[in-house]
Design a protein around this ligand. Sequence first.
Ligand code: ATP
Ligand code: MG
Length: 225
Amino acid sequence: MTLCATEVCKTYPTRGEPLSILRGVSLTLQRGEALAVMGPSGSGKSTLLHILGTLDRPTSGTVTLEQEDPFRLPEPQLAEFRNRRIGFVFQDHHLLPQCTVLENVLIPTLVNRSGQIEALEAWARQLLERVGLKERMQHRPAELSGGERQRVAVARALIHQPLLLLADEPTGNLDRKSALAVAELLLELHRQQNTILVVVTHSAELARLFPQRMEMIDGRLQPVA
Ligand SMILES: Nc1ncnc2c1ncn2[C@@H]1O[C@H](COP(=O)(O)OP(=O)(O)OP(=O)(O)O)[C@@H](O)[C@H]1O
Ligand SMILES: [Mg+2]
């Protein structure tokens, strides 16, 4: 699996001059590689992550996964591909408050799970154990700490064993110690499952845990000095 972005540009229309956010981002990541993306607020980090995750389209330039352009797929197939192959961890975790921890982890499997319910549930339980939430599976998100909720989001992102794991400031709301723990967990699971991992973070300390680091400057990715 290779993730390849070539001269990706993203421009947002405004009433005046269009807003040029990404101005030619190029990036190649192979399976087993992990990248931390830094850069100032508003520089386009989330925009890039959404495009790499096929949630948003580039204005120009291409994104390919395994030499295929996912944006060529019709929308239902693209959604299926995204659900199966790409794991997202968002800053504000997006857990469903009325569902238990275990149910939240299983949400991505609700479409098309065709008779594998037991295997998926066993895997969800294993993932929750792995992120240290064995005793919390029947809790609701409101009954968890911020770090625990973030760990549920990590487990959920891994339910389909994605090839590509994207995390947008997954530790943004956490104290230093919990943030490092979540980042280390992401890296460890990434190594075990041989995914491509891209994490956006504002923390230089956290970014240093990653083998590769880039910074978004003036709409382009540059190696961190
Ligand atoms: N749908 C949109 N329409 C117009 N402008 C947008 C849209 N989405 C994002 N932007 C603008 O694009 C810029 C980059 O946004 P983005 O969310 O990618 O930044 P970021 O680097 O993730 O920032 P932060 O670190 O604060 O999360 C911002 O200036 C934002 O206002
Ligand atoms: Mg952002």
